[in-house]
Design a protein around this ligand. Sequence first.
Ligand code: UGA
Length: 717
Amino acid sequence: VFVILFNSHTQATDEVVVLTVATDDNHGLERFLRSAKVYNIDVEVLGKGEEWSGGDMNFPGGGQKVILLKNRLEKLMKADNKEKIILFTDSYDVMFLGNLDEIVKKFKSFPDTRVLFSAEQFCWPDAKLATQYPNIEVVSPYLNSGGFIGYLPEIYEIINSNPIKDKDDDQLYYTKIYLDKDLRESLKITLDHKSEIFQNLNGALSDVQLRANTTEEWPYIENVVTKLRPLIVHGNGPVKNTLNHYGNYLAKSWSVNEGCVLCKEKKIQLKEDNLPSVMMAVFIEQATPFLEDFLDQVIDTDYPKNKIHLFIHNNVEYHENEVEKFFGAYSKEYASAKRINSGDFISEAEARNLAKERCINSACDYLFSVDSLSRLESNVLRYLLSSGYDVIAPMLTRPGKAWSNFWGALNSAGFYARSADYMDIVYGVIKGVWNVPFITNCYLLKMSLFRAPKAKAVTYVQEGHDSDMAFCASLRELNIFMYVSNEEDFGHLVNPETYDITKTHPDMYQLFENNMEWTTRYLHPEYLANFEEDRKHLMPCTDVYWFPLMSDRFCDEWIAIMEAYGKWSDGTNNDKRLESGYEAVPTRDIHMSQVGLERHWLQILKDYVRPLQELVFTGYYHNPPASIMNFVVRYRPDEQPSLRPHHDSSTYTINLALNTPNVDYEGGGCRFIRYNCSVRNTKKGWLLMHPGRLTHYHEGLLVTKGTRYIMISFVDP
Ligand code: UGA
């Protein structure tokens, strides 16, 4: 009657002591303890704060675990605890996936078993022992010491049956006992070959499936070979990154209905009257398109500047003036400011180390590392600080591309590999904060973590490796987890691949690679207003439409590019640039093909001019618009001041004013003879669009002073 009164929960938890070893308090342990908490499991951590003398765990070692366990069990043995169950697991790379009731029930279902060890597919650390195993015709034939469960007296006996030293290998120790037939049988030791409880991941990655997208609320793993759902998972040996990936979902970290549960648990509230102090470390390591925008974004960061220590490493001579201007204007507003120039000849990796050291050695709570390729919303720093994660990057991608500032997985050589969820994260199908093996370009580091003695090993400098690869590798080595968040839209990355600083105004050439910044800077601020409903399009002469197209800055830089090139045509009928070699109505001009902007201009015609044409000359669709003649004309009194009446050989012609009458020049304009109508007050950045041959016979009016520039295309000749 007494027994019946106990429910199975109390029974199981009462009789089980759950033990682990963790000398260090790291993210692996944090994850392990959280998973225990999620399943109501009380864990006793052995060895806390002690020196680890169990060797480098990339090699045989770990005897210290056995010794710690031995000391603990001695105390338990003194009481009469014969039927007490001991569950032991590693901690840095282990997660609970079920509660103790389930675990104990499974254990008790093993026939004739008093101790159950987890099992794996590698006979490690001594492969020669494989032949001594009694049964290898199973999924996981060999003993793994990262998890076992059994009755106290038997485990006690196992642990005391042979001497062991800290540096000896614990797995080898247990293996030898298991392979001793007498001991195996007398102590009733069994291996969990099918992963009824323990799933070791090393060697088993193709057997194990993460099920994160089912009708069940909580993701789980399934061993698809044995069709079982393990209750404890162990990322033993070199597959820690896979466990990190699983950890994003398992132990109720992710809910199929609610998304990222763990993110919500971690969040902290920033105290406005006591904001942490941050080193904002800015790295300009390569020639960067639209750097000006980047520096504006640094200034616009939503955070009090007296809480920010600014650190800038500019490694690009080309950007020196711009950085100088920025630093001169704003550095005094920051709590402190340090600048390293390209002339200081400090490598990227060294500079990154310097920033980290500077932050470690000062009253700096966080290091916010930002590369010039990143384009951030102003709230990113605050978001990262309140995320509660120690190492976290905001996800940034090249717009519309799968290129991002994180890797979801690593290949065996330590380079990029695509994780199963990479695309879903990049495209925002799932949103959350993700434990990943590599982050770059922009991230926040909590400095307390890096002040620990062990963290001295964190470095950006490693022979033969990029600085960010070296950095992330050293974090992984220390069990420091790095995360990337795609909870919100944080910004994007610019693409520096084709950036050519030998060009005049190289940003102008970035229409394709960095279209977002290009259109922001170069399209007319009123361009989109052209498409507003009820918009009255200006028509200064019959069928001559007038639209705002390009910005002032576009016009200035466009002219500057032409003048820097400088090879204006001579205004004669002979024109070698044309197939025929003959121009009937010659001007002083430069063709876009001469300055490498032909492809760009045609794209402008297609993306920004054609939609205007379709607004006003309705019913005519020609996509993409064709245009062979695209050129800037220069009119000036001492050169060619006007152009005689002529027809254009085009379906329609566009004429973009690049400067301003009565400011940059006097006179000028365009007269449409058939309608006796002139447009003299042309507007910089505005486009005149009119039909070509037949109706719009026109002439270029005399420029009497200064220089007039226009950009012309004969569309669909
Ligand atoms: C693998 C097995 O999974 C281990 O159970 C086994 O001890 C080891 O091989 C071996 O036989 O040498 P692995 O999983 O890669 O090793 O090892 P780690 O997880 O890095 O270390 C094992 C456990 O030792 C940790 O999970 C942690 O519980 C403890 N440990 C390790 C510390 O407490 N402090 C340390 O500095 C290192």
